[in-house]
Design a protein around this ligand. Structure first.
Ligand code: BF8
Ligand code: SF4
Length: 633
């Protein structure tokens, strides 16, 4: 196999997938490509958000002949309620990930399965939260912080602590519009309460709560997930790794980690490096153990250990279809139930580990902080022993692999810039050099590209084409989630990938030694982007909504993505979507999300939904240029 390709096109990736689908056919496996066809066309009521089934008098569907449900709810109430429920699902999911992290933090101990790897960060956050740190044992402090963090979920009074980090103007807006999130669980529960039969049917109230629920995620649960993952597993640093399906190795035991919570993947990575396990792998005829990631877990382990990224959301079946996957080990979120029957068509062990994601046709190993070490070792051992069951005639690993430089946490971005510009304003560094290059027009602005793949969009095309368009226009791109893997698979995180950049961006990349697309982590790490935007506005001396900056989720699919969109918009950043969030059935909801009233009035930003990707890109560039003009730069 050649070592790596510098750039890989969507067409080449599609060829690779086509060859894997031949494998699927050989074994009679079902894939998302076929299921997506089976499900088409989608229900028009569902797509427009105009179907209600929140009570058993329904389901009610809104048509010109039947403009109200049986209870009298109109289309705006129904679409608004559906939107709020969708958001609440996302907030609950992201924030519960954060809660699991806080429980793991509570289990940390010296020499234990989980430890404090970044004590400075823990102390910094403790000071921020007003917790005494002097003379305290670091593990006592970790446990105290875990308890305080867990209270953020259910405290009866007060607002989310991390909202105090936001730009002062943003905080004022939130307070004025009554949008500052309270306890996380309260926002989720209130969302469910408001959408119960016979409660809210006013679109404005429903969208208002959708934004507040999203903010509880972004500046609450997700931010805790990110910050305390850094405390336990280390704040990401710049790392070189590889991406795309060719990172799987036919001579090695391949273990794929998939899901979200690093508490699992960190342990699997650790035990895969255990000499005893490597010796075992050699004894069964493999050269060693190869770990690769899929979905957000891939981001987590890439940016902390340089583990390669095999693919994103719509590649999860591909890794099994190679016939060379000994085990796919998952925890929570974005896991196809299809992996159950699919793994049965191969020798692959499909291993579930969380009570939150129980899936038929998997082997369940309950993973907990107390037993994490033995669980992880048992899983790695099982995968290694499974190597002998591989069917060589089914092995097909497409020869595609790129280089990727990852791990740009806010701290890393600041330090990288400081290193070049020698500003050293304080120990945390500053974003002033970034502000200066944007003010000077060397960079025109920035786009945060995030989110999933969705069969409604040709997979990865929107991510990759939009990124290239931004780079050409000297707009730097920061990425998380499956958008990050799209970039990495295409080679856009290779520091040498400068041919797509305009002159200004190219110069910055060369000077600073960065790739044109900066990897900021998994989806919970969009909280890093919020801090980056907030700190940039502070260092710039303007409000967040004035920055030449926007968010974009061109291929999004999950409830989490809507919750994220709400907090990005709620933080003052215009957000561009390539898939409609089931809202087009209501002119009122559309206006509240995309117009001049609603979230624009409350938070100075709104959504744009545009299914034509070329136009979506043009609109983002126009937005960035308009922001520059308004700032007089
Ligand atoms: O949280 S980008 S498909 S993996 S939802 Fe899922 Fe979407 Fe990927 Fe991570 Ni985020
Ligand atoms: Fe129909 Fe109203 Fe019940 Fe919804 S809440 S299903 S609109 S009767």
């Amino acid at each position: 196999m050649k070592d790596w390709d510098r750039l890989i096109t969507v067409e080449q990736m599609e060829e690779a997938t086509a060859s894997l689908l031949e494998n699927a056919e050989k074994v009679g496996a079902d894939t998302w490509q076929q299921r997506s066809k089976n499900q088409s066309p989608h229900c028009g009521f569902g797509e427009a958000g105009t179907c209600c089934r929140i009570c058993s008098m329904g389901p009610c569907r809104i048509t010109p002949k039947a403009p109200r449900g049986i209870c009298g709810c109109d289309v705006h109430g129904i679409v608004g309620r559906n939107y709020l429920r969708f958001t609440a699902g996302g907030t609950a999911t992201h924030s519960d990930h954060g809660r699991e992290i806080m429980h793991t933090l509570h289990q940390t101990r010296e020499g234990g399965n989980y430890q404090v790897k970044d004590p400075e960060k823990l102390i910094r956050i403790a000071k921020e939260w007003g917790v005494e740190t002097e003379g305290k044992d670091i593990y006592d402090l970790a446990h105290e912080m875990a308890e305080i963090g867990l209270m953020e979920y259910g405290k009866p009074f007060g607002h989310q602590k991390f909202t105090d980090r936001a730009h002062p103007h943003t905080q004022e807006l939130w307070d004025k519009a009554d949008l500052r999130p309270r306890a996380i669980d309260r926002e989720v529960v209130q969302s469910l309460h408001m959408t119960h039969m016979g409660c809210s049917s006013e679109a404005e109230a429903l969208i208002h709560q959708s934004i507040r629920s999203g903010l509880a995620d972004g500046w609450g649960g997700s931010m805790m997930g990110t910050e305390f993952s850094d405390v336990m597993f280390g704040t990401p640093k710049v790392m070189d790794t590889e991406a795309n399906i060719g990172v799987m190795d036919k001579d090695m035991v391949n273990i794929i980690v998939h899901g979200h919570d690093p508490s699992l993947s960190e342990m699997i990575v650790h035990y895969a490096q255990d000499p005893e396990m490597i010796a075992l792998a050699k004894s069964v005829g493999a050269k060693g153990i190869n770990i690769a990631g899929v979905c957000c877990t891939a981001n987590e382990v890439a940016m902390r250990h340089g583990i390669p990224m095999a693919g994103n959301f719509l590649n999860q079946e591909n890794v099994v279809l190679t016939g060379a996957c000994e085990a796919i080990v998952v925890d929570i979120q974005c896991i196809f139930p299809a992996l159950g029957p699919l793994s049965k068509c191969f020798h692959t062990k499909f291993i579930t580990t969380s009570d939150i994601a129980r899936i038929p046709d998997s082997e369940f190993y309950r993973f907990s902080a107390e037993t994490a070490g033995e669980n992880a070792k048992a899983i790695v051992k099982m995968a290694v022993e499974n190597f002998v069951n591989r069917k060589p005639e089914l092995v097909n690993i497409p020869n595609q692999k790129t280089k990727a430089r990852v791990g740009y946490a806010v701290e890393t971005i600041k330090k990288t810039l400081d290193g070049v510009c020698n500003t050293h304003v304080d120990e945390m560094g500053t974003l002033k050099p970034l502000a200066d290059v944007v003010k000077a027009g060397v960079l025109r602005g920035a786009v945060a590209m995030v989110g999933c793949n969705n069969p409604k969009v040709r997979p990865d095309t929107a991510h990759i084409e939009l990124m290239k368009k931004m780079l050409k226009n000297d707009i730097i791109v920061v990425v998380t989630g499956c958008s990050a893997q799209a970039a990495a698979k295409a080679g856009l995180m290779d520091p040498d990938a400068k041919e797509f950049c305009g002159e200004g961006l190219k110069r910055v990349c060369e000077l600073v030694g960065i790739p044109p697309v900066l990897h900021m982590g998994s989806c919970v790490d969009i909280s890093r982007m919020m801090i980056l935007a907030s700190d940039l506005a502070k260092d710039w001396g303007c409000n967040i909504s004035q920055l030449p900056l926007c968010g974009c989720a061109p291929e999004w699919m999950s409830e989490k993505a809507v919750s994220i969109g709400n907090y990005v918009v709620g933080t003052g950043i215009n957000t561009y979507l390539g898939v409609d969030p089931y809202s087009k059935g209501s002119s009122e909801v559309t206006e509240l999300l995309q117009g001049e009233t609603g979230v624009k009035q409350w938070c100075e930003a709104n959504y744009t939904v545009e299914l034509d990707i070329e136009k979506l890109g043009d609109l983002m560039i126009e937005d960035i240029e308009a922001k520059r003009a308004a700032l007089g730069i």
